[in-house]
Design a protein. Structure first.
Length: 116
């Protein structure tokens, strides 16, 4: 399984970005995919997750991003998205997509930098 993330960049506070993560390879019909982030000198932290496949699409968010970030999916493309609105400087981090299972499969990181 491979995860290809894209969409990071440099924006000003209050602006928006959308991250994408495409999964390829042998994956199950129903999965949990998500986004994590790691700021400099900090531990990697959970951002959001969603169940892909099926009809549910149940999502979860870290408290710090609730109301600003939205995770969504395109089952046909095995792709998840993270729409990030009202970005803040503290959202600056390397963002990683993940196929959450045992063991978790990580994509390469994509840098998000929010200037004040």
């Amino acid at each position: 399984v491979q995860l290809q993330a894209s969409g990071g960049g440099l924006v000003q506070a209050g602006e928006s970005l959308r991250l994408s993560c495409a999964a390829s390879g042998k994956i199950a019909t129903i999965n949990t995919m998500g986004w994590f982030r790691q700021a400099p000198k900090k531990q990697r932290e959970f951002v959001a997750s969603i169940i892909t496949g099926g009809t549910g699409g149940i999502s979860n968010y870290a408290d710090s991003v609730k109301g600003r970030f939205t995770i969504s999916r395109d089952n046909a493309k095995n792709t998840v998205y993270l729409q990030m609105n009202s970005l803040r400087p503290e959202d600056t981090a390397v963002y990683y997509c993940a196929l959450i299972r045992s063991p978790t499969v990580w994509g390469q990181g994509t840098q998000v930098t929010v200037s004040s």
